[in-house]
Write a protein that binds this ligand. Structure first.
Ligand code: 5CA
Length: 440
């Protein structure tokens, strides 16, 4: 992508409305734009990051055996009357009427709709387990939308829903998601701690929130420090190994961790003082087992091996991609801007032409751009007619992992400078060496 032809509206001034660093940096780097309170457009740079986050979420859901579909944002109120949540959900739910005066709503979550799909098609325990997920916009009319896309009214959620014959099987489905979540957050460059959690309007009694530690987090969390050293389950984890998954769950829940709603002061105080962690955190995922709460009233039943009908045991599993993007920034930035982990960076490298119009600089930049693009890398080429200082500031702000700096003096020796955004380390190497290093 040539920056002169791209759409990346960088702001020079610090936006006044932004209270936390991620919100400030997302606005400054032209990733998002607020359209009305708590409702955002994702501009091209932001969209690239969001897509990368979604793809990692998707890969790990698929690996665990969950199956993707796509349900609509608008739902009929009738379904929610069946489960009894239409009245109960309150003002957070945006209620709408269509031209026939039929009550509709913008889905804040999808338990009812997915239960309806399930009951239409699945009749036998032989078709279980089943886990269906989608990545779709939700709307919750939050009283205090704030911090940009961290807590917005319209937001993206990956929500998965599992169906099993028995509670025991449902716990195994829960464990699969638990493991998939550990892997997902790790691939996003985050250390998320699973904590016993309150279930709120989703319901049930077995639930964990996945929290990443950040001073600006909205949740107050209490845990053992040991989490930092736990191993993340590997990519070849066997999701059919029931005991193996349970062992991972048991290990990760063996030490104390809870949000303030579930906090047990006595249990926390039992941890030796130097090993206690009391901090703030951001909830990036939340998983629930709620048994037959929806399947019972909505008649989602299957025939069991005993020939009788059984209401299925369900769980639901949410991740917030539009919250994860600012959460990653909260965890990874410096005074000059964002430092993207490679896995979600909008571009792998940025080529900075310090003297656009200079024949040697232009030609080296074109060579680098063509070779790295051909190698399948996402490359941003800053070919604008701007001062070098402005270009350096832009590159640091948008946080691309590698910067290739092409200036008239070094290119006279056939060399360029490669700067690592995270470590600040610089190397002066030939154009060919830069291509070899970065194309790999
Ligand atoms: N149906 C269940 C799980 S699928 C559910 O709705 N769970 S939730 O309410 O905990 O939301 C799941 C995830 O969505 C949260 O962990 C969070 O990452 C994200 N999320 C929730 N509310 C917002 C919001 N207002 N803005 C941004 N992300 C949000």
């Amino acid at each position: 992508m040539r920056l002169s032809r791209y759409f990346m509206p960088i702001l020079k001034e610090n936006p006044k409305e932004a209270e936390i660093v991620s919100h400030r940096l997302m606005l400054r780097s032209g990733m998002i734009r607020q359209q009305s309170q708590g409702i955002y457009s994702w501009l091209p740079l932001g969209k690239r990051v969001l897509d990368k986050v979604n793809n990692i979420v998707r890969e790990e859901q698929n690996r665990s055996g969950a199956i993707e579909l796509l349900m609509p944002t608008l739902q009929s109120a009738e379904l929610w009357q069946e489960s009894g949540r239409y009245e109960a959900y309150g003002k957070e739910m945006l209620r709408i009427k269509d031209r026939q005066d039929r009550p509709m709503l913008y889905g804040p979550t999808n338990e009812e709709m997915v239960t309806d799909i399930f009951r239409t098609y699945v009749k036998s325990y032989k078709d279980l387990p089943l886990n269906l997920y989608h990545i779709q916009l939700k709307f919750r009319d939050e009283i205090r939308p704030r911090f940009g896309t961290m807590r917005s009214r319209e937001f993206l959620m990956k929500d998965a829903y599992s169906f099993d014959l028995t509670k025991e099987d449902a716990i195994n489905s829960y464990n699969k998601m638990f493991v998939a979540y550990l892997r997902t957050f790790d691939r996003l460059g985050l250390r998320a701690i699973p904590m016993r959690a309150d279930t709120g309007p989703i319901g049930g009694n077995h639930s964990h929130e996945f929290i990443i530690l950040a001073d600006t987090g909205e949740s107050e969390v209490f845990s053992h420090k040991d989490f930092v050293n736990f191993d993340i389950p590997s990519a070849d984890t066997d999701f059919d190994d029931v005991a193996g998954l349970q062992a991972i769950f048991d290990k990760w829940t063996s030490v104390y961790a809870a949000t303030s709603e579930m906090h047990d002061e006595a249990a926390f105080n039992a941890i030796p003082e130097g090993e206690r962690l009391s901090a703030r955190g951001i909830e990036v995922g939340h998983i629930f087992y709620f048994g037959t709460k929806y399947s019972e009233p909505m008649g989602a039943k299957v025939q069991g091996p005993d020939g009788k009908e059984h209401a299925v045991h369900m769980g639901s599993y949410g991740i917030g991609p539009t919250r994860l993007v600012p959460a990653i920034i909260e965890a990874s930035h410096d005074e000059n801007g964002i430092i993207w982990p490679e896995s979600v960076a909008p571009f792998d490298a940025i080529i900075i032409n310090m003297k656009a119009g200079d024949e040697a600089c232009d030609s080296a930049c074109e060579t680098l751009y063509a070779a790295l693009t051909k190698a399948g890398k996402d490359v941003l080429y800053d070919d604008r007619d701007e001062r070098a200082g402005t270009k350096f500031a832009t590159a640091d702000l948008i946080g691309v992992p590698k910067q290739i700096i092409v200036g008239p003096r070094s290119i006279a020796n056939g060399e360029v400078e490669v700067k690592d955004r995270k470590t600040g380390e610089r190397q002066t190497i030939t154009v060919d060496a830069a291509i070899n290093q970065l194309a790999g």
